[in-house]
Design a protein around this ligand. Sequence first.
Ligand SMILES: [Zn+2]
Length: 321
Amino acid sequence: MEIAPQIHRIPCVFMGERVAYVHLLIGEEFSLLLDTCCAHNPEQEILPYMERIGFDRERLSYILISHSDLDHQGGNEPMKAAAPNAKLLCHSLDRPWIESTAAIMQGRYLQFDEPHGLETPAEAVAEMRALTLSCPLDGTLEGGERFRLGPDWWVRVVNTPGHTYGHIALYCERSRTLLAGEAALWHAILDRDDRPVLPPTYCYVDSYLQTIDRLLEMPIEAFSAAHWPVYRETADIQAFLRESREYCWFVEEQLLLFGREMGRFRLQDALRELAPKVRRWDESGDGLLTFPFCGNLARLTQRGLLKEGKNAAGWVEWSLP
Ligand SMILES: [Zn+2]
């Protein structure tokens, strides 16, 4: 689907009903693909889409990766192989996890296991690994770069940290379209039928809230993010952003109240007791609350409202200062 002149939005399906929208920008001189979804998605949707609209994959100039996550970078190796003239780029801060499947598995997906006494099932680990085919990058971005795609067509890279530190969005100046990735995550991630299936997996709360404030100030006329419908009304775009921010505050407040009630707790306690209160998605997605919870708990700790320590078993626990 073309959501603005020469900007195509391609739905990519993975893990059953999940969807990530990748974007293809086709200028007269240069072209750019934003994200590659998972290992199978170049072949399943991206390349067939290019063929359908008569775009020669050899003409692809750039592949930009919005951030390190398997449903955004997982197809890097097959996509680069299919479009060998394209330069593969991402923000420098996300580079280590984008270039190495082992590094993203350890640093992102399994990061909570050891410190919190959790155990990610072996089948889940194997599935995530299989969906993520990494390859070396051709270069890195810092945010602020402008790519010229045609005689009078420029798009700008905007660093939008929060979900990861190196998260980038892409802003088309002439159509005021923001390809937002997961810069803001609302109160749930949606599936292919727009059903809420996962919690918003923001991680670095101060950065996340600053990013949302920044986006609220930008002139945006079309907002196309990775797991949500396209929004075109200013009121809808602002509501999406404000609700993302308010949900993050709400979770933080719930964690603080929980800490005051319990006096001392572990991550599992918070997951078990608070999931029903904060859930705006299908129950099966509760496991990913580890990301936003640890983000908010780190911020509460940093502000001196909670204290982080370890129990006798060596697992992280929080208590009142
Ligand atoms: Zn995603």
